[in-house]
Ligand binder design. Structure first.
Ligand code: ADP
Length: 276
């Protein structure tokens, strides 16, 4: 038997709250064996904390994929990929790897950064990633972009977007409402192609939440690798990240990461699940 092998295809966040560092920490907390194919390296300016994204040369990216495909992951997650070429290759690598599960976190911009959105990347995700996805985990902004609906303003809008993204091929869709919908709870919508469920927890502090999105998708991936249904994988991932956010901490004047190990080390958080 042994540990399930879980691969992330993502960027490196040198401050290590998000990106492949968040993924590996989260995989470890779920008793899985984490592996990485790195697409880019994100570094921060020490005075302003503005981000620089340095892509990994494509042939080096591809060599990493060849290595991990030969090992044979049980589940694969994607994070920040950067270019259409990398997005396409990540989708192919999932198929070549023979993995059972594919979790797509459709990262479009780094949190806190005003990078210009590359619409070509959105189209590439729709073409190369969504049709293969077991679960896709957009936030409100990303869901609006993928569905072509612009800004999502209500739970009805979230439902419409989830239906469109499901038609694009993702088997299960979670739209992270987070704080954006002005709810007093942290609100996510889960859609399995037939039923909609709202997943809520208390809303915790919002200052030190760097890495929340990556941690949520990574926990979902590890839960799937460990044999959970997609619905359970998502619910348990939300509980895991809620604890991580509640225990987020201040790293410096610019950033505060979530505590990836808080669910196991400090406290469990309950998720309320209601069909809507
Ligand atoms: P992203 O980083 O992709 O924008 P989010 O940080 O919005 O993703 O969401 C990651 C997960 O954390 C989601 O399940 C979301 O509902 C949850 N979440 C976000 N902020 C909070 C908060 N302050 N308290 C509790 N849960 C939160």
């Amino acid at each position: 038997m042994g540990l399930k092998k879980v691969l992330t295809i993502a960027g490196s966040d040198t401050s290590a709250g998000a990106g492949m560092q968040a993924d590996l920490k989260t995989f470890q907390e779920h008793d899985t064996y984490g592996m990485v194919a790195l697409a880019a390296i994100v570094t921060m300016d020490k005075k302003t904390w503005s981000h620089d994204v340095t892509p990994i040369p494509f042939d080096v990216f591809n060599k990493q994929l060849e290595t991990v495909i030969s090992i044979g992951p049980d589940a694969v997650k994607t994070g920040m990929l950067g270019t259409q070429e990398v997005i396409k290759r990540a989708g192919e690598a999932f198929i070549e790897s023979g993995a059972k599960h594919f979790v797509v976190d459709p990262v479009m911009v780094c949190k806190g950064e005003d990078e210009v959105l590359n619409p070509g990347n959105t189209d590439a995700m729709i073409e190369h990633l969504l049709p293969k996805a077991t679960v896709v985990t957009p936030n409100l902004f990303e869901a609006g972009q993928l569905a072509g609906l612009g800004t999502l303003k209500s739970i009805d809008d979230m439902k419409k977007a989830a239906e469109i993204i499901h038609k694009q091929g993702a088997k299960h869709v979670v739209i992270k409402g987070g704080k954006a919908l002005d709810q007093d709870k942290s609100y996510d919508l889960y859609y399995d192609g037939e039923h909609f469920y709202q997943l809520t927890t208390d809303m915790f502090q919002q200052s030190y939440n760097h890495g929340a999105g990556c941690t949520f998708a990574a926990a979902t991936t590890a839960n799937l690798a460990n044999g959970q249904s997609a619905k359970d994988a998502v619910i348990n991932a939300k509980a895991f990240v809620a604890s991580a956010i509640k225990n987020g901490w201040k790293m410096n004047d610019f950033v505060g990461p979530v505590d990836h190990g808080a669910a196991n080390r400090i406290e469990k958080i309950e998720v309320a699940v209601t069909e809507i």
